[in-house]
Design a protein around this ligand. Structure first.
Ligand code: SAM
Length: 167
C-alpha cells in the first residue's frame, strides 16, 4: 500500500512525513494537478470555511427532512464547493472513493457539498456516510463524514442531506 498527501502548511507536511515516512507535499491542492491513481482520497478537515464567501443570494427558509436551512446560502455554497470536489476527484482512480469530513455547519451545507459532488460525477455511498462524533473541551461535537464514488448522473437531494445529517 502506498500513502501520500498534500497540505498547504509546511509544518504539517513535515510532521506527516516524519510520522509515516510517506510522500507528503506542500501546496494548494486546488491548483495542483492530481494523479488519478488512488483507491481512497481522504479530506480530513482539509478545507477552510474562511475561504468561502458569505452568501450573495437572497436568504430564504427551506426544509430538508426535519431540518430547516437557508436556501440561498446552500445554493451559493454549491459552486464554491465544486472546485474542491473536482480537485479531490482528480486524485481518485475511476473506481476509487472519496471520504470528506469537515465543518459542515448545517444541513444546507451538507446539501451543497453533495450537490457539488454530484456536479463532478460523484455519488454518495450512503451506507458508509456517517457523522464523526468527537469529545472536545467544549463537549461532544459531530461532523458529517461523507463518502462518494464515481457514478453515472448522480443526484443529491435535500432528503439525502437530512438523512446523513441526522446520523
Ligand atoms: C483543520 S486543519 C486539518 C489538518 C489535518 N488534515 C488533520 O486532520 O489534522 C486544515 C488543514 O487544511 C489545509 N488546507 C486547507 N485548504 C487547503 C488547500 N486548498 N490546499 C492544501 N491544504 C489546504 C490547511 O493548510 C490545514 O493544515
Amino acid at each position: 500500500m502506498s500513502v501520500g498527501g498534500i497540505d498547504a502548511a509546511p509544518n504539517l507536511v513535515e510532521i506527516a512525513s516524519e510520522l509515516t515516512g510517506a510522500e507528503f507535499v506542500c501546496g494548494n491542492y486546488l491548483d495542483t494537478e492530481g494523479r488519478p491513481e488512488n483507491d481512497l482520497v481522504i479530506c480530513d478537515f482539509g478545507f477552510d470555511l474562511a475561504n468561502f464567501h458569505p452568501s450573495r443570494k437572497p436568504h430564504g427558509t427551506a426544509v430538508a427532512g426535519q431540518y430547516e436551512y437557508c436556501l440561498g446560502c446552500s445554493e451559493d455554497f454549491v459552486p464554491q464547493f465544486a472546485p474542491y470536489f473536482a480537485a479531490w476527484k482528480a486524485w481518485m482512480r475511476p473506481t476509487g472513493r472519496l471520504a470528506v469530513v469537515g465543518r459542515f455547519q448545517n444541513v444546507g451545507m451538507v446539501l451543497a457539498a453533495g450537490r457539488a459532488a454530484a456536479s463532478c460525477g460523484l455519488g454518495l455511498v450512503d451506507d458508509l456516510s456517517t457523522k464523526l462524533k468527537v469529545d472536545t473541551p467544549v463537549g461532544k461535537q459531530a461532523f458529517p463524514a461523507l463518502v462518494f464514488e464515481g457514478s453515472f448522473e448522480p443526484t443529491f437531494t435535500p432528503e439525502d442531506a437530512a438523512r446523513v445529517y441526522a446520523r
